[in-house]
Design a protein around this ligand. Structure first.
Ligand SMILES: NC(=O)c1ccc[n+]([C@@H]2O[C@H](COP(=O)([O-])OP(=O)(O)OC[C@H]3O[C@@H](n4cnc5c(N)ncnc54)[C@H](O)[C@@H]3O)[C@@H](O)[C@H]2O)c1
Length: 384
């Protein structure tokens, strides 16, 4: 029997076996390990160590999850075409390329022992998906299929998918449970739902187990300000409000102030990106124990209106935010709030950073760095 423990497994085994362990290679005892670092240095071949493949790992949520995976002791390999992500956001093996490149995918799977795939790569702007649906079907469905088919070919069986509350469309009832009918109102949501359905069938027919995470609104940044949200085209509320607070934009448009919500503005469920990253680790644990197809909302169960977010930003940053009222955007639901009970009960998921002030202050730390605000403040003080 051939047994190649990962570095982390080896450390555990050594603890159990009093610092000695016999490694077999091709049924022959190869060496007794006294020091796990030596095993690593001997390079039992990096291709022998199992890795988690993260697509879109250089993007916002992907890069935070890569960090969490590394903290949890995983070896991570990222593929990203850097269309919206940044190489500087990851500190691991990065293959720059697109999931549209099937040859590249085959190379990755043949040269590495991939244990599981976390699939973040995709196009994410709702408005753009309405103008150019073909881009969304191509990138979110066809590229995803390339990936799945490669997994079938190389026998990789575990998949975690970044889905979205956009699959629900305009739900009749809030908070939203996972069994709420999915009726997306734009091509982006439709592509996310189509790919969920593909995963369900691949679980049945190809034995690829999947955890589908339907994110509500990802927000926030690493608390130390080292990593955060920086989409080339920003459409998400919190970074947009912070752009105005940081004087990068003059005014914030509120799209719709006549919704049937307490203050008339749209209500969303904001989940801190560090908590969201943790949900992926829990998803991987689930697939280590069970096979099948599992769907979870990832949110807090708490809704915040646009006006509440603006007030919280002004309080946390101490800056004024100029607003203007605009018409509702077509297809924007009044309220999207998760029923987060299933992921709590089944995976033990408990958001730890997702109160709105923690989300905003971490995002503000990141934005201050992004826009060099601290430096310019110091400069002002020096020249005053
Ligand atoms: N941000 C949110 O609030 C939110 C909410 C729900 C769901 N999601 C989903 O989460 C995932 C990640 O979102 P994000 O906010 O981090 O977006 P992002 O744009 O920051 O990250 C996507 C990453 O994928 C890469 N990419 C895109 N197409 C690719 C391709 N064909 N091949 C290789 N790399 C490619 C981009 O360069 C980028 O680094 C997406 O699938 C999105 O649909 C995000």
């Amino acid at each position: 029997m051939r047994f190649m423990p990962t570095f982390q497994e080896l450390e555990e085994l050594l603890k159990e076996h009093d610092g000695e362990f016999l490694v077999f290679d091709n049924e022959r005892p190869r060496l007794v390990i006294l020091d796990p670092k030596k095993y690593d240095n001997l390079g039992m071949g990096s291709q022998h160590r199992s890795k988690i493949l993260v697509t879109g790992g250089a993007g916002y949520i992907g890069s935070h999850t890569v960090k969490a995976l590394q903290k949890a002791g995983h070896d991570v390999l990222v593929i990203d075409d850097l269309s919206t992500g940044s190489a500087a956001s990851v500190d691991c093996q990065l293959v720059v390329g697109s999931l549209s490149n099937q040859e590249l995918l085959k190379q990755i799977f043949s040269q590495n022992r991939i244990e599981a795939v976390l699939h973040f790569a995709g196009s994410i702007i709702v408005e753009e998906s309405v103008l150019n649906p073909a881009k969304y079907f191509q990138n979110n469905v066809v590229c995803g299929l390339n990936l799945l088919n490669c997994m079938v070919q190389f026998g990789v069986k575990k998949f975690i998918y970044s889905s979205s509350a956009a699959v629900y469309g305009n739900p009749q009832k809030v908070p939203i449970k996972e069994d709420t009918p999915c009726l997306p109102t734009n091509p982006y949501g439709e592509t996310k739902l189509i790919f969920e359905k593909i995963l369900k069938w691949y679980a049945e027919t190809h034995d690829i187990s999947s955890v589908v995470l339907r994110y509500f609104n990802a927000a926030g940044a690493e608390v130390d300000g080292s990593l955060g949200e920086n989409h080339p085209v920003e459409t998400h509320l919190i970074p947009k409000v912070l752009q105005v607070a940081a004087k990068q934009e003059a005014v914030l448009s509120i799209f719709g102030a006549d919704y049937p919500t307490p203050d008339g503005t749209a209500v969303r469920d904001y989940i801190h990106v560090v908590d969201l990253a943790k949900a992926h680790i829990l998803g991987l644990d689930k697939l280590k124990q069970e096979s099948g197809h599992f769907v979870y909302n990832v949110g807090t169960g708490q809704g915040h209106s646009v006006k509440e977010i603006i007030d919280a930003v002004m309080e946390v940053t101490g800056k004024m935010v100029m607003i203007e009222q605009s018409a509702r955007r077509p297809g924007d639901p009044a309220a999207l709030v998760a029923d987060a009970g299933k992921i709590r009960d089944e995976l033990g998921f408990q958001p730890a950073h997702s109160d709105i002030n923690s989300i905003i202050s971490s995002a503000w730390n990141w934005h201050k760095k992004l826009y060099n605000l601290e430096k310019s403040k110091n400069l002002e003080a020096e020249t005053a």
